[in-house]
Design a protein around this ligand. Structure first.
Ligand code: NG6
Ligand code: CA
Length: 513
């Protein structure tokens, strides 16, 4: 009998262990506009991101980790739905009064995890719209449909972007701290003729605009769009990161006894870059890099919360970004002037808004201490693969008509030996198919009305890639030419035709899974 006790105990421990790792907590940290080269684990040398680096050295660092688009809304649409955004109208950069662009009956990543017993939350930037199509957000009433209607149990949001009005938090269905006596109005035009804007009151601004961003002023900064009211609800830009961490801590502590899924959607380093005072000036490279340091701090805090709660070994963290880097995205914050030799897009060409690699090939790290072996992975994975991969992790079958482009790359994400990533990938710019990238193995097709002369995207553009509009498809061999400098279209016409055929088929077939 006495002999048996330890074996029963160890059996119990073993089954507990299986139960614990069977359904690990999942945290997806999606950064905003952070490029491949913006993390020291990926080669940044002018500053350090020690916490993100800890994820990288303790987990799998992917050299071919992608966002599916080079702007925010389409990448986030695909992250949650597993379907390429170009398949759905209206998935370009969402405006301040944009409606929810994911249909409530779409099977989403949080839906699948909920079915598997997970508590689900999104904290941070949303930018997928709120409210019904044709109606949009009811800022003073119930903001639905929104995240709660597509699978999240809890939401604490920056509803659009920090440069789009209004600067308020949304908690679940409501604007947080909204005083009914001071209703919030949001619109596309001046509410009255002498409403102060970034044009009429430019001399009062604490951060000047360079293009766009000259409508309603809040916190000394003019934004995209107009609003009035809701004063008690308005945030300070400086406090956003602290708020995401505070709300995450609260929600994790409340939900740590069941498996949970948290989408931590940082706004850093999207413009206007106004990190908390304690990060201002710290990098010496201006607000852009200060904001990256603030993001890195958030990552460290999240890791610490897991440690404090004793759940670090039972939590998988994915670190990724929504699109490539940009220097001047509408405000004069000296991002370009203070860049020095830092390369936000690493070895690639292009950045935000581009389908060259720099627009979508981004830091991508998976971390699960005790389960994921540390290492570097050259396998191709993308943010919208998390739907199929996590469905597999938690034993949920993907419905046939859901997640139409999501590939189960779980083994690669977990760093299992000989695991394979995806074979091919379509990337897009903003909206519905103006530009496409198509990568298969080492080959890359670049198609479309190129915005590579776009001033906002102008990061380290090689001379060769400055094209005019409606240029023909181009073909690159990434293994020898990672910066996509040498168009091989005329040298390898058969390869070009094959790649064109495949891209056309993926677009035409309506699904790639
Ligand atoms: C662009 C904005 C840019 C940024 C972007 C969305 C102008 C001139 N530019 O239209 O500043 O807000 O939209 O960025 O207004 S994203 O990362 O959320 O996709
Ligand atoms: Ca973005």
């Amino acid at each position: 009998m006495l002999v048996k006790i330890p074996s029963i105990l160890s059996l119990c421990t073993a089954s507990l262990l299986v139960a614990a790792t069977d359904k690990p907590n999942i945290i997806v940290i999606m950064a905003d506009d952070v490029g491949y080269g913006d993390v020291s684990a990926y080669g940044a040398v002018d500053f350090k991101t020690p916490h993100i680096d800890r994820l990288a050295t303790g987990g799998q660092l992917f050299t071919s980790g992608y966002a599916s688009a080079s702007t925010c809304t389409p990448t986030r649409f695909s992250l949650l739905t597993g379907t390429y955004a170009f398949r759905k109208e209206g998935t370009g950069i969402a405006p301040p009064n944009g409606h929810l662009v994911i249909n409530s009956d779409t099977v989403t990543l949080p839906d699948l995890l909920k079915r598997a017993g997970y508590a689900t939350a999104v904290i941070g930037k949303w930018h997928l719209g709120l409210g019904e199509e044709g109606v949009g957000p009811d800022w003073n009433g119930e903001l639905k449909p929104g995240p709660l209607e597509i699978g999240f149990d809890y939401a604490f949001l920056l509803p659009t972007t920090n440069d789009r009005v209004p600067q308020v938090y949304v908690e679940n269905h409501r604007v947080k701290n909204l005083d009914p006596a001071d209703p919030l109005w949001v619109g596309n035009e001046k509410p009255y003729p002498d409403h102060p804007t970034g044009i009429t009151h430019r001399d009062t601004l604490t951060m000047d605009w360079s293009h766009g961003h000259n409508d309603t002023i809040h916190n000394g900064i003019s934004r995209i769009g107009f609003y009035t009211g809701g004063h008690a609800a308005r945030f300070r830009d400086e406090d956003l990161a602290d708020k995401w961490v505070e709300k995450s801590r609260q929600w994790i502590v409340e939900n740590k006894d069941e498996p949970f899924f948290l989408l931590f959607a940082s706004h850093d380093n999207h413009v206007p870059r106004v990190p908390h005072e304690r990060f201002q000036g710290v990098s010496g490279l201006g607000p852009r890099v200060d904001s990256v340091l603030q993001l890195d701090w958030c990552v460290g805090e999240l890791m610490q919360i897991l440690e404090d709660e004793g759940i670090a070994e039972n939590t998988i963290i994915v670190f990724c970004s929504d699109n490539g880097p940009v220097l001047d995205d509408g405000y004069k914050d000296d991002a370009k002037e203070l860049l020095g030799v830092h390369k936000p897009n690493g070895p690639w060409s292009g950045g935000k808004y581009s389908v060259f690699e720099g627009g979508t090939r981004l830091p991508f790290i998976t971390y699960w201490p005790g389960t994921i072996e540390p290492g570097v992975s050259f396998e191709m994975v993308a943010t919208h693969d998390l739907v199929a991969s996590f469905a597999a992790l938690v034993g949920q079958e993907l419905p046939e008509d859901a997640a139409l482009d999501s590939i189960n790359v779980l083994d690669a994400l977990l760093g299992r030996p000989d695991a394979k990533g995806r074979e091919s990938l379509v990337t897009q710019d903003n909206g519905r198919g103006r530009q496409f990238g198509y990568r298969k193995g080492d080959w890359k097709l670049v198609r479309g009305r190129l915005l590579d002369r776009h001033p906002r995207a102008a990061i380290n553009w090689p001379r060769w890639t400055r094209r005019t509009q409606n240029s023909p498809d181009r073909l690159y061999y990434l293994r020898e030419d990672p910066a996509e400098l040498f168009d091989l279209a005329t040298f390898a016409p058969e390869k070009l035709a094959e790649m064109q055929r495949e891209l056309d088929a993926i677009i035409a077939e309506g699904r790639s899974r």
